[in-house]
Design a protein around this ligand. Structure first.
Ligand code: CO
Length: 411
């Protein structure tokens, strides 16, 4: 099969293609009339150019805006089931806000670095853009992503509803370590308090080790300025950790000698365990994967070949392996990983499958380079109970009905 595909790409695989077609290929058989529909559009001059591009008018995928008990919607979900590759288009990056999106003039915006430093510093956005920068691909995931899996599966839940609070971008910015060395870190500093310029002044305590390791003050996303909903003009980007701590609209980094026990690390973003104690500072996002095609809401068009495809990621480093089950978790086979496999980034996996038309369940599980294996829902709940809201990385199942419908199911 793979050999036939390779020959097809070089134009010498016609025999292989025809053979595949007779076995029940996804493609329609070629007829002489195939181009007629395209000719009907005529040969009049096409559309003109524009200053800022738009997608085809035939494309309609959207972020789904999450309902809120408040007047203003506070979040939106990435339509993972409609995306290709690994990069989330900036316009489809999920959103989560705690006090709306501030409208910030970058010429007025400043970043203050103070506290336990030798030299407090203030940077304008222009001044930050003069500093040594790096560009890296990282996912950002809300720790509440997968929250629906704390409850038994509802058939109509799709990939977007279950997992749409993760997105992956190419981020450009200045390493925090560069800025902190410029300010001079005093020996008694052990935490960094990061504060946003939104109305709630969202504030989180960040361990200094991580700050000196790989955290960025980012101003670029997928080649252009960060979108307002993602923190324009500056955001903290903390790779692999729960999204809430990557403070958007960043305006202050204060070095301190302890965690500041802010609202977002006490009342929220903690995990209540069965014994009544709460896990706190659960920063790292565990290994996770989801099949995005086919997934909930899709409908298979009869038996035959389908390439199963999905996303895997881990806050502990690279995805080492993804396994796919096409029999409800009874057996597992290794999927192909689309390279390059980057640490702390979405990784695309693919698995060739021929559906025989019978009812079955598809599932995937991620194993990361630390050895962390994505658990079943039952084994996760056996340890964590069901009082948590955050950090659910249970295996996702999709039941394929005889009629080709795809529904959410627990594995
Ligand atoms: Co957490």
């Amino acid at each position: 099969m793979a050999g036939d595909e390779r020959r097809s790409e070089t134009g010498r695989g016609r025999r292989g293609f025809l053979k595949a077609a007779t076995l029940g290929s996804a493609a329609a058989v070629l007829r002489p009339s195939t181009l007629v529909g395209q000719e009907r559009n005529g040969r009049s001059l096409g559309g003109g150019v524009g200053g800022y591009g738009e997608r085809s008018g035939f494309e309609s995928t959207l972020r789904r805006v999450r309902g809120s008990r408040y007047e203003q919607a506070a979040g939106s979900l990435t339509p993972l089931q409609d995306l290709n590759g690994t990069i989330t288009p900036s316009a489809l990056h999920f959103e989560r806000h705690h006090a709306g999106i501030p409208d910030i003039d970058p010429a007025e915006h400043r970043l203050l670095i103070d506290g336990l430093v030798d030299r407090p510093l203030v940077f304008s956005v222009d001044e930050l853009q003069r500093m040594p920068a790096v560009t890296r691909v990282y996912f950002v995931e809300c720790s509440g992503n997968g929250r629906v899996k704390w409850s038994p599966a509802e058939p109509e839940t799709d990939a977007q509803a279950a997992f749409g609070m993760t997105s992956c971008s190419e981020w450009t910015g200045v390493p925090v370590s560069v800025l902190l060395r410029e300010a001079g870190v005093r020996p008694d500093a052990s935490w960094m308090v990061a504060e946003g310029a939104d109305a709630c002044r969202l504030t989180r305590s960040v361990p200094l080790d991580k700050a000196m390791d790989d955290i960025l003050v980012a101003y670029g996303q997928n080649g252009e300025a960060i979108r307002p909903a993602q923190g324009y003009p500056l955001r903290l980007l903390i790779p692999g950790w729960e999204g809430n701590i990557s403070i958007k609209w960043l305006r202050r980094l204060q070095l301190v000698d302890q965690s500041y026990l802010t609202r977002e690390e006490t009342a929220k973003y903690t995990d209540l365990m069965p014994n009544g104690e709460a896990r706190q500072y659960t920063f790292v996002m565990d290994s996770k994967s989801v099949i995005t095609r086919p997934s909930g809401g899709h409908r298979l068009d009869g038996p035959g070949f389908y390439q199963i495809s999905g996303l895997a990621w881990s806050g502990r480093g690279r995805v080492q392996r993804v396994e796919v089950s096409t029999d409800g978790g009874r057996s597992w086979s290794e999927a192909q990983l689309q390279g390059p496999v980057l640490p702390l980034a979405h990784t695309r996996f693919r698995f060739d499958w021929s559906w025989d038309g019978s009812e079955t369940t598809l599932a995937s599980r991620c194993i990361d380079e630390s050895g962390d294996v994505q658990p079943t829902r039952a084994s996760l709940i056996a340890v964590r109970g069901t009082q948590s809201s955050y950090h659910n990385n249970a295996i996702q199942g999709w039941r394929i009905g005889r009629d080709g419908t795809v529904e959410n199911v627990d594995v």
